[in-house]
Design a protein around this ligand. Sequence first.
Ligand code: MTE
Length: 319
Amino acid sequence: MLIKRSSTIKSSEITSEDNYLNRRKFIQSSTLIGGSLLSSRLLGANLPQEPFAELDDVKSSLYSTDEKINNFLDVTSYNNYYEFGTGKDDPYRNGKDFQSRPWSIEVTGEAEKTGIFDIEDFVKPYLLEERIYRMRCVEAWSMVIPWVGIPLADIIKSFKPLSSATHVRFETLHDRERMPGQKSRVLKWPYREGLTMAEAMNPLPLLAIGIYGRALPNQNGAPIRLVVPWKYGFKGIKGIVKMSFVKSQPKTSWEMAASNEYGFYANVNPKISHPRWSQARERRIGSGVFASKQPTQMFNGYGEQVAHLYDGLNLRRHF
Ligand code: MTE
């Protein structure tokens, strides 16, 4: 990953944590703990066409952290999205006019159900959930982000993958006109990512369509992106147009760019340094210039949910 100068991070707040928590329209649902509050009104996510539009009927999740969330400006102006440039504020500046509609997602490979689906139909059957997750970038900074989305496992189940599928592979839109950063050779396009089937079926990964109760801004990956909170942020592929069930471990963009630096697994691991910097500590964006770095947690603090996925795997070799 390119490391930019330690950038000027704007700290002014356009959405304070308190304002956000007060105004959000969430359904305090007990569905996660077995109760059934689902009414017909709640079944089916209505995906607004515009970035930033308010999302209705979002239920809160027991998987959320109660750590202080980052402010909206941090989350939307300090981004990595190389399709719009490699600077942290490039995605915000160069992605402003990106049109994320119409949008379709192609599902291919080892599954009973495959096809091309309009994004609205893709998300319609599901309830939206808010998940407040820590995000740890491989560049040793982190944020806490209130995502809105659908558990990836629920979406995958609906396509009935065959037992021959070992991994799921994702691709971002490939369009040099709409994504001018793709004219640069910094990565092989389209951006590609993947998970093992066991990882993908874990309850934590989310296909996010929003942040802060609103539809995803372009710079955060509109209209739909992956969030895998125990892995480095680069696994969270944005602007997804293709999901494939495949029979072997797929090559990912960052692996193709520098396989000695970025592995397929990319689990957050404070004990395994990047060849060019330590991963033991992280800078929490928005904590102020004088704040000290905080220790990085194994699996970004999600070990209870995911450590079993790696039983017997040599994490030093499979970094
Ligand atoms: N997805 C695509 N298509 N292109 C990218 O350059 N960058 C990744 C990931 N997803 C990237 C991407 C990296 S390196 C990180 S850290 C996260 O997006 C950042 O997500 P955020 O900008 O919403 O914080």
